[in-house]
Write a protein that binds this ligand. Structure first.
Ligand code: SF4
Ligand code: SF4
Length: 378
């Protein structure tokens, strides 16, 4: 296993992290349980193969993940880094921080948490819970008492909000020490902010390194880009994420022992060099640019009065057309229509989107074409 400096935290983190949101479960009398034998085997094997970063959260696996993780890692607790999270939107007074923290310490059966995250932070949670209820100050206090070792956040919002969080926390005298964000080969929207966080001394962890399973499906992407013999897209996705010099760890939500073994083998293998990583990223962008529908995802066309999420639909088409993830894109578009999301069939023909699109896309025509293709009628 390869280890990297985890920002300026002074910790060394394994290139592969274990995300404990998909541990094996079973149901009995309408209650869910974790299959502890299997989970323990997976977690211990990961540790033996060099993984030292284990990430969980209070609500993962029907609220059972923290306890199962704590139990499995007990024999080697002091050799690893444990990460869990605070649901800040459920804090309505300052004392709630301590209540949740104590709950996690108890379930994890540990005296301290190495990385305690403000969970799924966005601008609203940061302003209206974390700042409003002085949760940063509470975190600093818990750190002073040795209950947590590092203060962190996980993130789901527009990338620009990352800078705001890092700067504001610093102004409050409680700097963020690491962050966990979505990042993979086909969703690179956080790339610039990863570099920013890295430059500012934060440790960086990527969730969804294989694109939430999208890149598990085979494509001829690697061969098309490099002219080399194909490798599993899954493997390419890992190598790409780990090749980013601003990224310290790829967190994978492993579900089986086989996944643990194959992911550790990939992480053991050389990641891409920085140059290869850059070339592959550029090649992906070029490929996208030369596709007949080049939507940059800038969102200037939003909001659409009919509620059509145009960039999301075009992004699905890019995945279909450019990255060759045909089946995934079709299924995702079908699901979107089944979930009642708006499509070209709801268009009011106001033309506002086309006036605002810097790529001068003929959006209505393209939406129609994409609809036909993804619904398999063409
Ligand atoms: S033309 Fe249709 S897709 Fe474009 S903004 Fe108007 S309603 Fe939305
Ligand atoms: S404005 Fe154009 S390029 Fe930007 S997201 Fe909308 S369709 Fe894509």
């Amino acid at each position: 296993m390869k280890y990297r400096d985890f920002g300026a935290t002074g910790e060394k983190i394994s290139a592969l992290g274990f995300g404990c949101m998909r541990l094996p479960e079973y149901q009995e009398n309408e209650t869910w349980y974790i299959d502890e034998d299997k989970a323990q085997d997976m977690l211990c094997t990961a540790y033996e193969l060099g993984v030292n970063y284990f990430d969980t959260a209070p609500y993962y696996c029907n609220h059972n993940s923290e306890a199962a993780l704590g139990k499995a890692v007990k024999p080697f607790r002091d050799k690893i880094l444990l990460s869990t999270k605070l649901p800040s939107e459920n804090c309505h007074e300052r004392g709630d921080f301590r209540r949740f923290l104590e709950g996690s310490l108890k379930k994890l059966d540990t005296e301290y948490i190495d990385f305690y995250h403000f969970w799924a932070t966005n601008r609203d949670k940061f302003d209206n819970y974390i700042l409003k209820y002085d949760l940063l100050e509470e975190a600093a206090k818990a750190k002073e008492e040795g209950l947590i070792r590092h203060i962190s956040f996980s993130f789901h919002d527009d990338p620009s909000v990352i800078r705001y969080i890092i700067e504001t926390a610093k102004e409050h005298g409680v700097p963020m020490e690491s962050m966990l964000v979505q990042y993979n080969l086909i969703d690179r929207s956080n790339e610039e902010m990863l570099a920013y966080a890295h430059e500012n001394g934060l440790g960086t962890v990527a969730m969804g390194p294989v694109g939430g399973g999208r890149l598990a499906a085979p494509t001829d992407l690697y061969s098309r880009l490099t002219g080399k013999p194909p490798i599993a897209t899954y493997e390419l996705a890992f190598k790409f994420v780990l090749g980013n010099p601003s990224l310290n760890c790829a967190l994978s939500g492993m579900q089986t022992l086989e996944m643990v073994k194959s992911n550790t083998a990939i992480a053991d293998d050389a990641a891409m060099s920085e140059e290869e990583w850059k070339n592959l990223g550029d090649a992906m962008e070029q490929l996208k640019k030369f596709s007949e529908l080049y939507c940059t995802g800038c969102k200037y066309c939003q909001p659409c009065p009919a509620g059509i999420e145009i960039p999301d639909i075009f992004n699905l088409y890019t995945q279909y057309n450019v990255y060759g993830l045909k089946e995934h894109s079709r299924n995702a578009y079908k699901k979107l229509t089944e979930d009642g999301k708006k499509t070209i069939h709801d268009c009011l023909n106001c033309g506002m989107c086309e006036k605002k699109c810097p790529q001068h896309l003929n959006i209505r025509e393209e939406l129609k074409r994409v609809d036909n293709i993804l619904l398999g009628q063409k």
